[in-house]
Ligand binder design. Structure first.
Ligand code: T1G
Length: 692
């Protein structure tokens, strides 16, 4: 774009409009344009300057696609200083996204007016950085240190009304941005400039307490605790020195792998829905949802739909089962009320019909089956749905590993069949795997993605295989960790090493939560097809034989009690493991935490490379988003494929070769990984050109 900033004179007032779609980010051209227009307005003797954004947003912040390239002048902090020192009074009109550098521009203006649409915040910590253009120095001068600490360390957005209460804005307007700015300019005529930097320093807060809280809450992350130090500078240093301190801290974070990981995650989660078939196809209309099966998953999916105002008809086998499902759904909706997500449960519950009559699904536009995970049962269900549902209805299965091609073949309309794999609790977890079978029609895929968006979920396209993307990888890293236990590591050391690495939970704590009986049943089911090389976690079988199924039975790998709801290690489990090792003639050895983490990551990355080669995931970024949103992988590491690129594929390949010597079958190296490493390519190279 030639000139993304323009100036219009309106009765002696310069209206400067930033027009850089989609969100008016502060690209180099915008920064340069703003500087030029401030000069022009002053030279022309404007009485005031009104800053607005074209379209919905004021400014959504720095242009983060420029991060990682060498910065170009004018730099944002200098632009902000220039605005603040302008010889004309400057009024910023905050509307739509007014975030990050966008808010920093507004804080440098002399007056701030907000319209009702404004979403105001400094979300930099979510990108692994802190505000770098005076935000940590100016905001606390307006709001006090406590409120600034809260806003900057959470990165949360506030409404115009809250911003007024906090002292961030001077006035709320009920008019379009330009009119609001011009009217305000009239009102402040003759009042001159009012630089935020002239305001008194904020009082000190208990910065050390904030710092330790950030270390605890955001384990492993640098940005939130660094933000505390920057805000501390606002109360302890003169303004100019505070700016320099902020700059130093900001630049260190800009160079960090956490920043690179979080920016990768930001773009990856937007790229997952950029698929050729979605560009060319319109989704089908979805007004009503049918759900078959009212267990944990079915009820969770129903709650997810209801919370987004989609009417649901839920069918279970008996009236009593349907009533129980209604009760489960009501609890989830009540939970949303308690969490402040919803005001009143009643109108939401009014959109729900629970019944034992599957003919009631006849009019639904999208039917999601969430019955027992068993192929025979699924066959029956799909044959029935095929007979009942109207033409054009989408028949979805929530299976987490069964072959959807086989399920689709049971219907006369395989093109209408798709997998919608939700994660439990379905009304809370953000990930939805959209599993595309061989005959699924493109508009059905498009509908899956638009449905996910409607539910506020992040959808990833997956192909059909045992476990799709996520559970296939999970099963592989679980096996790697089980093998480590057999060889000498304790489940507690493994969980600890991986949570230190940043995983939300360790794999053994997760297994306890999911129920050890589930994996036990899967092991039994797969026993016949097991290869002779597969190692069996007999210690887990032993726990199950003792009725230790995890949290639901109060004991699994951990012991649970009212006093220790998160579980504590159990020496009895370690004794059982030792016995099983002895039976298998294994001489246990010690593993360092970094060896554990490396094996965990290699198991993921190697399996992911197979998944890419098999076409189950189209791009590495789809795998990154799956693991971050569905499996508690630390977002600030960008996802496993991004991690692998950072670690260096050549180095990882070397480590895999060493492991292959130890266990050639488990650690058989994915050809894609060798190809990439040998040609000096990365997973990021595979993402390129595939996300538009
Ligand atoms: N830079 C570049 N592109 C951006 C962008 C940004 N800041 N924000 C959004 N986009 C693109 C996005 O990739 C997508 O592109 C399109 O805009 C629409 O976004 C010095 C260092 C603004 C609330 O962190 O939170 O300022 O995919 O799909 O749901 O201190 O985007 O269509 O090609 O998300 O309506 C701080 C990040 C930067 C804001 C809009 N700012 N953005 O949400 O649409 S750091 C942020 C958002 C900074 C200074 C620092 C959201 C949104 P495409 P979208 P949306």
């Amino acid at each position: 774009m030639n000139n993304p900033v323009r100036l219009d004179l309106e009765n002696g007032i310069a209206v400067v409009t930033i027009d850089n779609p989609p969100v008016n980010a502060l690209s180099h051209a915008v920064r340069a344009g703003l500087l030029r227009m401030i000069d022009t307005a002053e030279a022309g003797g404007a009485q005031a300057i009104v800053l607005i954004g074209a379209g919905r947003d004021f400014i959504a912040g720095a242009d983060i696609s420029e991060f990682g390239s060498p910065p170009k002048e004018p730099y944002l902090p200098d632009l902000c200083r220039r605005i603040e020192k302008s010889s004309c009074p400057v009024i910023a009109v905050l509307h739509g996204a007014t975030l990050g550098g966008g808010l920093e521009v507004a804080l440098s203006a002399h007056y701030r007016v907000a319209t009702q649409t404004a979403r105001i915040g400094l979300p930099e910590v979510l990108l692994g950085i802190i505000p770098g253009a005076g935000g940590t120095q100016r905001l606390p001068r307006l709001t006090g240190a406590e409120a600034a600490l809260d806003l900057i360390t959470t990165g949360r957005h506030v409404t115009a009304k809250t911003a007024l209460e906090l002292g961030i804005v001077d006035h709320l307007a009920n008019a379009p941005p330009k009119e609001a700015g011009l009217a305000f300019a009239e009102n402040i005529k003759g009042q001159g400039q009012r630089p935020t930097s002239d305001l008194p320093q904020p009082d000190a807060a208990d910065f050390d307490a904030w710092y330790s809280r950030m270390e605890q809450v955001h384990r492993g992350q640098s940005a939130p605790k660094t933000a505390v130090r920057a805000i501390e500078a606002a109360s302890s240093l003169p303004f100019e020195e505070g700016l320099l301190r902020e700059r130093d801290l900001f630049l260190t974070l800009m160079d960090s792998p956490q920043r690179a990981g979080l920016i990768h995650a930001f773009f990856a989660e937007r790229a997952v829905s950029k698929l050729p078939e979605l560009k060319e196809t319109n989704p089908r209309d979805i007004h009503t949802i049918g759900i078959l099966g009212g267990g944990t998953m079915g009820a969770g999916i129903a709650a997810a739909c209801l919370l987004k105002s989609l009417p649901v008809t839920l069918v279970d086998r008996t009236r009593a089962a349907a009533d129980a499902a209604r009760e489960r759904i009501a609890q989830s909706i009540q939970g949303a009320v308690k969490r402040g997500k919803l005001e009143d449960a009643a109108p939401v519950m009014d959109q729900l019909v629970t019944t034992a009559e599957d003919l009631d699904l006849a009019d639904a536009d999208l039917i999601i089956e969430a019955v027992f995970e068993d192929m025979e049962t699924k066959h029956e269900v799909f044959a029935r749905l095929d007979a009942i549902c109207k033409p054009g209805a989408i028949l979805a299965t929530n299976t987490s590993y069964l072959d959807i091609n086989v399920i689709a073949a049971r219907t006369s309309r395989p093109e209408d069949v798709i997998g919608l794999h939700f994660f439990s609790p379905a009304h809370i977890m953000k990930l939805l795997e959209i599993v595309v079978a061989d005959k699924t029609a493109p508009d059905v895929i498009a509908t899956g993605f638009s449905f996910a968006k409607r539910l506020g979920k992040t959808a990833v396209r997956a192909g059909v295989c045992d476990g799709f993307i996520g559970n296939r990888i999970l099963s592989r890293y679980r096996m790697a960790m089980d093998n480590l236990v057999l060889d000498g590591a304790s489940p507690y050391q493994i969980d600890n090493a991986l949570t230190e690495f940043g995983m939300a939970m360790g794999p053994f704590a997760v297994a306890d939560l999911a129920g050890l009986d589930i994996a036990w049943a899967a092991r039994k089911r797969k026993a016949a097809s097991r290869t002779p090389y597969e190692r069996i976690p007999t210690f887990a079988d032993r726990l199950c034989e003792m009725g230790r199924f995890g949290r639901k039975t109060g004991q699994g790998f951990y012991l649970y009690s009212e006093k220790a709801p998160q579980g504590i290690p159990d020496p009895e489990v370690e004794a059982i493991i030792a016995e099983e090792r002895a039976k298998a003639d294994i001489i246990p050895r010690d593993f360092r935490d970094d060896e554990i983490v490396l094996r965990f990551m290699l198991a993921i990355v190697n399996e992911a490379a197979y998944i890419l080669d098999d076409g189950i995931a189209r791009r590495p970024l789809d795998i990154d988003v799956t693991l971050v949103y569905g499996y508690g992988f630390p977002r600030w590491r960008g996802g496993p494929m991004h991690w692998a690129d950072q670690a260096g594929l050549g180095r990882l390949l070397d480590s895999l070769h060493t492991l292959q010597d130890e266990d050639p079958h488990f650690w058989a190296i994915a050809p894609l990984l060798s190809r990439l490493a040998q040609s000096d390519q990365s997973f990021a190279d595979l993402n390129k050109g595939m996300s538009r």
